[in-house]
Design a protein around this ligand. Sequence first.
Ligand SMILES: [Fe+2]
Length: 250
Amino acid sequence: MKIAVLSDIHGNLEALHTVMEEIRHQRVDTVISLGDNIGYGPDSQSVMDLLAEYKIASVLGNHEMAVKNRANLEWFNPMAQKALEITLSQLSGPAVAKICQLPFFLVKHGLRFVHGVPPANVFLYLFQLPEKKLIQKLDRLRERICFVGHTHNLEIISWDSDHLTRDKLGPGISQLNINKKYIINAGSVGQPRDGSPEAKFLVYDTQTRQLSVMAVDYPFAETGKKIIAAGIPKMYAEKLAVGADTVESG
Ligand SMILES: [Fe+2]
């Protein structure tokens, strides 16, 4: 079973189109989104439509939480709030209803999928967990692998009941060990902060246990122009060109 894992698409239709084209070449069996499908980008509604068209299952991200309950807007910084207000005005009634029904986590094919940290936290960032807490979470994790997003950075954390390792993930293939547990951060399709502008996503093969990090070029300047035209803060357009690594309200 080959599974494509997308995260933090953030209303970036150009990035999602390019990623879906690459996924067609990869011949994956299923695609799962780790949430934050909306916000920051200019095309949140179109991204929702495309995810529905491809029947892509998704969990809630913190941006979807602001749609579910506007009180959650307070969690975001003022620029992100401004971007989210515009996103909220763009979404159709059916899209809002669909967002409100998204789950906090998914378990499919023996793998867990959650936006922030396992088992089901949408707002917490991986880097906020001290090592002791991280080990506790890995010990309690029922599945051997949990995929997360939220930081917009790629990372692989492994635990063999003795040693914890944390490594950055770059494009290429990693062989996972059946005797270890993993938390794997998928990076971001539509608002990367790992220092390069390409749209990132993962492909995991459950039979070979090979994890591929994919990075694809897409026309980010086009997305940037649409961000500015929509009145969304310009910084979200500028970040696309550099894959800014500053972490703000994810
Ligand atoms: Fe995000």
